[in-house]
Design a protein around this ligand. Structure first.
Ligand code: ADP
Ligand code: DP6
Ligand code: CO
Length: 348
């Protein structure tokens, strides 16, 4: 951190009452999200302030479910998928330091019990759903009733992509320009595409060797191609906006795929090189291109991991399930996934 730089704790403290009052327990769900125009690179590390704005689609029922309750033992405890983690694991340490932003010096030993129904740290955006669910649960636990945009900015301080997981459907995270980052938050776009499907091609669920945080730092610091990224991302964001207005699936899919490949190009040109792909990832890309040649409207996007996410329309689902036998298909705009999670958690 630079001298005189605002800390996360300074910022969160402004929004808290002097004395926190906790409820008996709180729980929240947040969906994972897949960026169609990616966040890659920070202009400020402490607050996770991005170099560029980004846009995503939420993954409906896939994400994190987090419960907070008091720790009667007096010791904090973090549980991931039913397994108690010791306080010195990086996962538990990150959760506890995020909780500390909220409880400050006040004595509230907690159990944070979280479940991911997507693989953790495998490029399927568990940091997005994880920190969004934790933020929403803390908001309830301490009865903060914070506005959605503040919750999004707080989630961003846990993990940048989490700013978008506070909402459902298509979500845009504007990079903002304020020093305290409070204008760097997401908001939901008023567009619904009931026919859109996202298919997860799981190449590997193993934890990635270089996490997103370290990967983007290395890219910004060493990749000669990174200088072209901010302008590319700005153009792609505009094109995707227009595609949403025009109801133009092909434009949205093609731009998302091009944006993902451009981001990966910046990664590959880092030193040491960053290649999140495996042989099976490339084989899956080639299958997508062959299907497109044959007239099937399918596109892919990829994050910091070997798994592909396919974008296609409901009418092609059967065909794609045949081509990719283990495809997990999500309908982001299904009736039951339209609620605004932040407001829901305030009212709960
Ligand atoms: P991913 O591609 O899954 O987002 P990242 O490297 O960005 O991978 O982030 C993984 C990190 O996100 C984990 O090491 C952990 O710190 C955090 N994380 C994942 N799931 C949760 C959760 N349910 N609650 C809190 N933090 C989580
Ligand atoms: C490739 O949000 O995981 O998935 O802010 O350091 O926690 P931190 O990184 P993270 O980065 C996500 C990168 C990405 C693209 C995206 O989701 O926009
Ligand atoms: Co992540």
């Amino acid at each position: 951190m630079l001298r005189n730089e605002l800390t996360k704790a300074d910022i969160v403290a402004r929004y808290l009452p002097k004395k926190l009052i906790a409820v008996d327990q709180a729980e929240a769900f947040a969906p994972s999200n897949i960026a169609l125009c990616k966040y890659w690179g920070k202009r400020q590390n402490e607050l996770n302030l991005p170099v560029n704005s980004s846009l995503s689609v939420s993954l409906a029922h896939l994400g994190s479910h987090t419960q907070i309750r008091p720790a009667t033992s007096g010791e904090d405890q973090v549980i991931l998928n039913g397994q108690v983690l010791t306080a010195d694991t990086p996962f538990a340490a990150k959760v506890i330091s995020f909780v500390n932003l909220f409880r400050g010096q006040q004595n509230y030993p907690l159990i944070v019990d979280t479940r991911n129904n997507i693989p953790t740290a495998a490029g399927l955006a568990s940091s997005a759903s994880g920190f969004a669910a934790l933020t929403l649960a803390l908001n309830q636990y301490f009865q903060l009733a914070l506005p959605d945009t503040v919750l999004s900015a707080f989630a961003r301080m846990g993990s940048g992509s989490a700013s978008r997981s506070v909402f459902t459907g298509f979500v845009e995270w504007r990079m903002g320009q304020q020093e305290d980052g409070m204008d760097s938050h997401a908001f939901p776009l008023d567009v619904s595409w009931p026919d859109l499907r996202v298919g997860l091609v799981k190449v590997s669920s193993a934890q990635k060797a270089v996490d997103s945080r370290a990967g983007m730092k290395r890219t910004v610091e060493t990749s000669g191609l990174y200088q072209s990224w901010p302008a590319q991302a700005a153009r792609d964001l505009e094109t995707i906006h227009q595609a949403l207005i025009d109801d133009d699936f092909s434009q949205l899919g093609a731009t998302a795929e091009h944006n993902a490949m451009s981001m990966h190009a910046t990664m590959i040109a880092s030193w040491p090189p960053l290649l999140y792909w495996q042989a099976e990832s490339v084989a899956a890309m080639q299958r997508v291109w062959a299907l497109r040649e044959a007239g099937v409207e399918v596109y892919f996007t990829m994050d910091a991991g070997p798994n592909l996410k396919l974008l296609f329309k409901a009418k092609d689902q059967l065909l794609l399930e045949t081509e990719f036998p283990d495809l997990e298909v999500v309908a982001p705009f299904a009736e039951d996934s339209k609620t605004n999670l932040a407001s829901e958690s305030v009212n709960a």
